[in-house]
Design a protein around this ligand. Structure first.
Ligand code: PLP
Length: 418
């Protein structure tokens, strides 16, 4: 087993996702294609539910990890709430049949129209990230004759020990309000007619493998909860953010049960509803990018496998120097060669993987694994490339959940003036 629900058939030496051979998917839908396993997504979501059975948190899936409607609809059917960072993501949640009353709105730069849209849909709460935003949320709520429930996102200044681009809980990051400012801002918020102070939140980063950053941040949040309580401000909910890692390259993770127990131990005996905002850990290892080798290009110092997927389809390798496992769909006999897996985009940064030992021939299929999170949502049309289609595997069946983009889609909103 390479990722959950992906197996190599002993009969054919081919990769099979749930019960569907990946070569069938390539034949039916072409490449490059994002393929997700329904069972893997459900299993990841239920793993949180069962580990946190004692505290029964509202699991607000972070939409930005993978916002495809079928993924959102599947998670909504499992009872998920949603963590959004834009009005567009709220519209996606609603279009997918998600429950707006289980939506929390994060993000440092919420526009007035986005706040108004969220209030009109009665979302659960806004995670406010600055004083200026607090004033804006208050104004919009008053204009609608409502009170907006808020939490403050606290920047606890803890090192999540992850890649600097995906670390968000340090003083030097743009996220959240400073721990030192919190009491003043909560007091201000409590005095505002358009605001109902509800909770406290932090989100310290992504791909976090260790327990200690979470617990350090949680302790800081709880000391604030006590401080505020002593000043007459009672909070009702505590949100520990997302960030749990997945295994890309042999990382050792804190077991989910230990994570849950440690969090539950900290909040035991307190009257606080728990919220969690997992993204990557729900969808990351539940998806792969299926691509075909166009050419093999031996070089003096390196051998390249040129594939039909590129940095515009999956930007994580070049953006974060991220590692994704790559597996040949058909395992061939023979001596392996070290290949850099690169795309056709005109950038030296257009690579998906480096120095992978593979036995390949032209036209072979490759599966870039653990590509379910921050894959399709970060895809672009650079080099006028249409974005991949997406397929959801469910047992014996493979369903097209998003058509491959067409050239016509790319130019649909352009106007020629000369
Ligand atoms: C991105 C994000 C998440 C999800 O992070 P993962 O690492 O994908 O779990 C949760 N909360 C907030 C505020 C985010 O910005």
């Amino acid at each position: 087993m390479l990722t959950p629900h992906l197996h190599r058939s002993t009969a054919t030496s081919e990769l099979v996702y749930e019960n569907v051979p990946l070569s069938d998917i390539a034949r039916q839908f072409g490449t490059p294609t994002y393929v997700y396993s329904r069972a893997a997504i459900v299993a990841n979501f239920r793993a949180y539910k069962s580990a946190f059975a004692a505290s029964k948190p509202l699991l607000c899936y972070a939409v930005k990890a993978n916002s495809t409607l079928s993924v959102l609809a599947l998670l909504a059917s499992e009872g998920a709430g949603f963590d959004i960072v834009s009005g567009g993501e709220l519209q996606r949640v609603i279009a997918a049949g998600g429950d707006a009353s289980k939506v929390i709105f994060s993000g440092v730069g919420k526009r007035t129209d986005e706040i108004a849209l969220a209030l009109a849909h009665h979302i659960h709460c806004f995670n406010v990230e600055s004083e200026a935003e607090l004033y804006r949320v208050n104004d919009v709520a008053i204009a609608q004759g409502k009170r907006a429930r808020i939490t403050f996102r606290i920047n606890p200044d803890v090192d999540a020990k992850t890649h600097p681009y995906i670390s968000t809980g340090l003083k030097s990051n743009k996220f959240g309000i400073a721990h030192l400012d919190a009491v003043r801002l909560y007091t201000l918020a409590a005095s505002m007619t358009g605001i109902e102070v509800h909770g406290i939140e932090c989100h310290i980063g992504s791909q976090i493998t260790e327990l200690s950053p979470y617990i350090d941040a949680l302790k800081r949040l709880l000391s604030l909860v006590d401080d505020l309580s002593a000043r007459g401000i009672q909070l009702h909910h505590l949100d520990i953010g997302g960030g749990r890692a997945i295994v890309y390259e042999g990382e050792t993770l804190v077991p989910m049960a230990d994570f849950a127990q440690a969090v539950e131990r900290e909040i035991a005996g307190r009257n606080l509803d728990l919220f969690i905002e997992p993204g990557r850990s729900i969808v990351g290892d539940a998806g792969l990018l299926l691509t075909r080798v166009e050419y093999l290009k031996p070089g003096e110092t390196k051998n390249f496998a040129l594939v039909d997927a590129a940095m515009n389809d999956l930007i994580r390798p070049t953006l974060y120097d991220a590692y994704h496992p790559v597996a040949a769909v058909l395992q061939r006999e023979g001596e392996a060669t070290l290949y850099d897996i690169v795309g056709p985009v005109c950038e030296s940064g257009d690579w998906l993987a480096k120095e992978r030992a593979l036995v390949l021939q032209q036209d072979d299929l490759l599966a870039v694994l653990c590509a379910g999170a921050y894959g399709m949502t970060m895809a672009s049309n650079y080099n006028t490339r249409t974005r991949p289609c997406e397929v959801m595997v469910d047992g014996d069946e493979a369903h097209l959940i998003r058509e491959r983009e067409r050239f016509e889609d790319l130019i649909a909103h352009e106007r020629i003036i000369v």
